[in-house]
Design a protein around this ligand. Structure first.
Ligand SMILES: CC(=O)N[C@H]1[C@@H](OP(=O)(O)O)O[C@H](CO)[C@@H](O)[C@@H]1O
Ligand SMILES: [Mg+2]
Length: 546
């Protein structure tokens, strides 16, 4: 067929560097931008096949999220706005690594295996972040779609969650919202205005929020959103990309891992409510400093607690019997899990790291709140739960308290981006909850106290020697490692530690928590030494933090 000739011709313009092998990992492909041109072209091809197969619009987002500006990456978005189904991740890896002269054969294999009707129309939406490499790389995706005869729509600069939203809107024929950036702002800001009506007498101070945009796309988009929010919120946007470097000493990942204020580009006063987005605005963390200048972080665990408390109270007031659960990973602070299980008495589930795992687990419940500790998360409502809430909101025979709760639940559904974690949507929901509950960031922080914790990285020659079980909380290989960790953990109070190979970097990650920061730091260091010794450490031996 003519398309394959075109693929061959075009593919020569997007050559694969010899010997390069890349894998579709936790967050798609991610590496130095200069190695990705052929990957982008080929993901354009794959997205076109996926669209033909599903008879739906597929999304492609060009971004490397919180990684340095020099990196880039790409991920595919499935019809309902969710991550690409895992069975197709293997096709992505095959296509990425196949030699130029085998490309058509690899394509034909996929077409045959999936019984794809090539006469079916294909539709692919493409978006990109603000990296300097993103323009040419997203053009390579568009070239791939065109080569296989697919239709494409280039959304240009958008946040990752906006891209997921567009795909979902398109494939639900507008039921989820209008598939434009403007439609996104309208849907979210209308829901926010409705929720904010239920907050009494907020002062300008209470409406004020400092936002660290990580010098990325989130800064641009939150500014665009601001005009839709009218006088409901007052934003000061720092690290808006006009000067600083993307993700450099700022942004959600920096703040979470370093447990400190953005080192660059932000001016705040003690007590000010602040938040940081990551480079593609799918993560958010909150923080403030107290009068002593001490830093207080409100991470994904605190966000999940705030949101699930709010929802549980509304369900009670509405008299709705819906099952709510919180999904976390092993990185969730032990205090958060304890609080959720024992004080709030909600179901808590732990999954492997990576949003797709949390997302799937959250789909099992009427209402599933999922957050990674690093601030990536959202809330999922089952169709049944949405229907019940809708019915109640339309019921004229209920008392005012139930009516109000149903109205708040309805608008909470609308403010949330259920397709994926979304810094802007999460920010609006958190701001609405704080406003409705008349709560300060300090009061939110006081719901429970985090256990001091530390995250470290260890370089080893092959991180695949570490295999884990129990949602990554225990290592089964190499021999002796888990026993060594168990012995170290016993030395400390309230201690917990685990190790796992990263899915996005060539490192082993070490996590430790304990009753004091000194203990958490010491435990993390000792476990790093155990990893270094038993799992083939390379380079210098890990040094103590103090
Ligand atoms: C400890 C940590 O924050 N890990 C991150 C990181 O995964 P790793 O597999 O740990 O490299 O990147 C993922 C993709 O962004 C994110 O989902 C995950 O939470
Ligand atoms: Mg991100």
């Amino acid at each position: 067929m003519a398309h394959f000739e075109e693929v061959c011709k075009q593919s020569d313009l997007h050559p694969k560097p010899a010997g390069l092998v890349l894998q579709y990992g936790t967050a798609g492909f991610r590496t130095s931008a200069n190695k990705l041109d052929h990957i982008m072209f080929r993901m354009g091809l794959l997205a076109t096949l996926r669209s033909k197969k599903t008879k739906a619009t597929i999304g492609v987002m060009v971004t490397a999220s919180h990684n340095p500006e020099e990196d880039n990456g790409v991920k595919l978005i499935d019809p309902m706005g969710e991550m690409l189904t895992s069975s197709w991740e293997d096709y992505a890896t095959q296509l990425a690594n196949t030699d130029q002269n085998e490309l058509v054969k690899t394509l034909k294999d996929i077409i045959e295996k999936e019984a794809i009707d090539m006469s079916q129309e294909a539709n692919v939406y493409v978006g990109k972040d603000t990296r300097s490499s993103s323009s040419s790389l997203s053009q390579a995706v568009l070239d791939g779609v065109k080569a296989l005869g697919g239709h494409s729509k280039d959304y240009g600069l958008v946040t990752t969650p906006q891209m997921h939203y567009m795909v979902c809107c398109q494939n639900t024929r507008g039921k989820y919202g209008e598939a434009t950036v403007e439609g996104y702002y309208c849907k979210l800001s209308q829901a926010f205005s409705q929720l904010a009506k239920n907050a009494s007498n907020r002062t300008d101070d209470q409406k004020h929020l400092s936002v660290d945009g990580a010098n990325g796309i989130g800064a641009i988009k939150v500014r665009e959103m601001e005009s839709h929010l009218k006088n409901h919120m007052q934003l000061s946007v720092f690290n808006d990309g006009s000067r600083g470097k993307l993700n450099h000493q700022c942004g959600a990942d920096f703040v979470k891992v370093q447990q400190t204020l953005p080192r660059a580009g932000i001016k705040i006063n003690p007590g000010d409510r602040c938040c940081s987005f990551d480079g593609d605005a799918d993560r958010i963390v909150y923080y403030y400093t107290d009068s002593q200048g001490d830093f207080h972080l409100l991470d994904g665990d605190k966000i999940a607690t705030l949101i699930s408390t709010f929802l549980k109270e509304l369900l009670n007031e509405a008299g709705l019997d819906l099952k709510i659960a919180v999904v976390q990973t092993a990185y969730a602070n032990g205090s958060s899990t304890h609080y959720l299980e024992n004080t709030m008495k909600v179901i808590v589930k732990c999954t492997k790291t990576g949003v797709k795992h949390l997302h799937h687990a959250a789909q099992e419940f009427d209402i599933g709140v999922y957050f990674e500790a690093n601030g990536h998360g959202t809330v999922l409502f089952s169709d049944g739960a949405e229907e019940k809430i809708q019915q109640l909101a339309n019921d004229t025979n209920i008392n005012d308290e139930r009516k109000k709760a149903a109205f708040l639940l309805q608008n909470t559904i609308n403010i949330i981006n259920q397709t994926v974690g979304d810094a802007i949507s999460d920010m609006l929901l958190i701001e609405a909850i704080l406003a409705i509950k008349g709560m300060t960031v300090q009061q939110w922080d006081a719901i429970y106290s985090d256990l001091p914790n530390r995250q470290l990285k260890v370089k080893v020659s092959d991180r695949r020697v570490i295999d884990t079980t129990d949602s990554e909380r225990r290592a089964v290989t190499p021999a002796g490692l888990q026993e060594a960790i168990d012995d170290l953990v016993k030395k400390y109070e309230k201690a917990r530690s685990f190790v796992r190979p990263s899915g996005t970097e060539d490192v082993v990650r070490v996590y430790a928590e304990a009753d004091t920061q000194e203990s958490a730091d010491a435990l993390a260091h000792e476990v790093s030494l155990a990893v270094y010794g038993l799992a083939g450490g390379v380079g210098d031996e890990p040094k103590p933090l103090h």
